[in-house]
Design a protein around this ligand. Sequence first.
Ligand code: B12
Length: 364
Amino acid sequence: MGGVQKKQPSEFAAEIIQGSARALVAASVERMFAKDPSLPVRWGSGAFQKWVSELHARVDQLISAARLHRPAVFVANTDWARRAYAARNVEEKDLALGLMCLAEVLEEELPAPAADALRPYFKGALAHFGTPLEDEPSPLDRCGEYTDLAVRYLTRLLEGKREVASRLILDAVASGVPVDRIYLQVLGPVQDEIGRLWLAGEVHVGEEHYCTASTMHVMSQLYPVIAAAPKREGRTVLAASVEGNAHEIGIRMISDFFELAGWRSIYLGTSIPADDLVQTMIDFEVDVVCLSAMLTVHLDVVGDTINAVRAEPKTADIPVIVGGKAFLLDTELWKDLGADGSERHPVDTVDLAEKLVTRGRARL
Ligand code: B12
């Protein structure tokens, strides 16, 4: 992983688990079913396979947290899983049992230093079970003076009226609402609200896909306004979601903020393999790269991607800025991954890129 000089025991644990995940998960699920014989009855046909998939997801999250040697990342992922269970009226005690069985199997199978290193991960995650889940604030709280517009946009979408919804946004822009406000106080919060509603079991995947596709459609219609910003020489950014990250709206907004500030943007969308990213950097002579990660399992891909950029002499000195929701859990994560900086706000991201380009990466 980028920037990490010495391997820590949790990283060794992650390596071992990665190599034998299939067997470790199967042993954990067998143990679960032995401890609670009511599981196959309560979970119906395919119960064993369902738990294999569930524990595989938890193991992937454990691996990514352990690579970063951050128990808090695993705890946050488990809290998210508890929330998903609660919304679907599934008893969380089954998830707790799954994690306990996984912890026991790892204690038995891993060498002592690796097993010791993982103990805080499970202790932290299991400590939250049985405590009430806090209400999540609505992302629409971020809309401020545009709350009414955001609510109307979301409502029209949930009614299946894309044309009316996009008209609301285009009319607002035509009447003088700046595109950056529309992005940060309408479209972004609405997308996050859809995610909150999905997790709470209040909208289904079809509704989320419809809203997301509609939002991307609206963004495309706003592009002529964005592209009209006067361009400056010597300012090219490449913006992409790392390989495996299927989320594109956030990084597309970042790309558009750069264009609004006069940069040329090479926007690549989702899931760019590291080697192709490096080649694109060379071909388009980019000055700065922005990489986006949404889930914590995308974080080590960010590290690997930065390593690939540094390994190629033609791109080794090009600054890399990272961001996206995966970075919100820990403000120091970007340093461990070898990035040159991370920001939350798109305007601050453009400012950081300016500094990195004018002063050079090493001097900030
Ligand atoms: C739309 C969506 C999808 C779509 C994406 C389609 C597309 N074309 O983009 C699809 C259906 C593919 C999808 C898939 C999945 N998703 Co999804 N998705 C969302 C949703 C509802 C909206 C995302 C969005 O557009 N947000 C709006 C943008 C503007 O916000 P943003 O990306 O955070 O970007 C802002 C900042 O973070 C920042 N930023 C972003 N990138 C960068 C980069 C840099 C360099 C910088 C400086 C800043 C920066 O700037 C942006 C503007 O402010 C979110 C909900 C949410 N709360 O995010 C869930 C959400 C992210 N998804 C989630 C999950 C679980 C998944 C899946 C695992 C579901 C599944 N079981 O398959 C998969 C994983 C796919 C993968 N491999 O990546 C969870 C993640 C939970 C977690 N913390 O682990 C969320 C939070 C939903 C939820 N409430 O649980 N998803």
